[in-house]
Design a binder for this molecule. Structure first.
Ligand code: IMP
Ligand code: MG
Length: 186
């Protein structure tokens, strides 16, 4: 689709999910969430930064009244692969005790980020804890972390757009695309 230039490398970007496909899928997920929560208040936790656009659309699509909080995690590793060592960079501001919590993620890859977050949150004794991810990338999964709501599944490849970045770039794209380095693997 495009041939964007980052500061050092040339990448090609091919659309995988259009803005319209994403919007339609978000509406379906919201309807599924509404059926399950049946009007109960949902404490939605966005995992920054990648899920900021997804949660913005999701909170406007659900009918169950949402409350929103944010957590920022950092995993040590390369730009495209997490190491499994997770640090909480910004913690929640709200107590989740006895609340119905829905974690909103951009993408589950190895599952290590989510597995760590899940155990941190379970220690705080929510009434319930569910996980919603826009993208489920299964090729590198190393955990059995349960994911309750999945927008799209894909096998492999590095994607950007609709909140997802490569070295902080491309988050603003309204669609999701696969990013490839023109000369070698990223
Ligand atoms: P995990 O711990 O391996 O599941 O990594 C999850 C995190 O890595 C996601 O929340 C993203 O921030 C990042 N990530 C994994 N795959 C991609 C991708 O294809 N594009 C952009 N970010 C990704
Ligand atoms: Mg994420």
């Amino acid at each position: 689709m495009a041939s964007p230039n980052t500061s050092k490398n040339k990448h090609s970007l091919t659309q995988l999910f259009s803005a319209e496909e994403i919007a339609a899928r978000v509406r379906e997920l919201a309807a599924q969430i509404d059926r399950d929560y049946d009007g109960r208040e949902i404490l939605m936790i966005a995992v920054l930064k990648g899920s900021f656009l997804f949660i913005a659309d999701l909170v406007r699509a659900v009918k169950s009244p949402p409350v929103v909080d944010f957590v920022r995690l950092a995993s040590y590793g390369s730009a495209t692969q997490s190491s499994g060592i997770i640090e909480v960079r910004k913690d929640l501001e709200m107590s989740i005790k006895d609340k119905d919590v829905l974690v909103v993620e951009d993408i589950v890859d190895s599952g290590q980020t989510l597995e760590s977050l899940r155990s941190i949150l379970l220690n705080r004794q929510p009434a319930s804890l569910r996980i919603c991810t826009l993208i489920d990338k299964q090729a590198h999964r190393v955990t059995n972390v349960p994911v309750d709501y999945i927008g799209f599944s894909m096998d492999d490849g590095f994607i950007v757009g609709y909140g997802l970045d490569f070295a902080e770039r491309y988050r603003q794209l309204p669609y999701i695309g696969v990013l490839k380095k023109e000369s070698a693997h990223i």
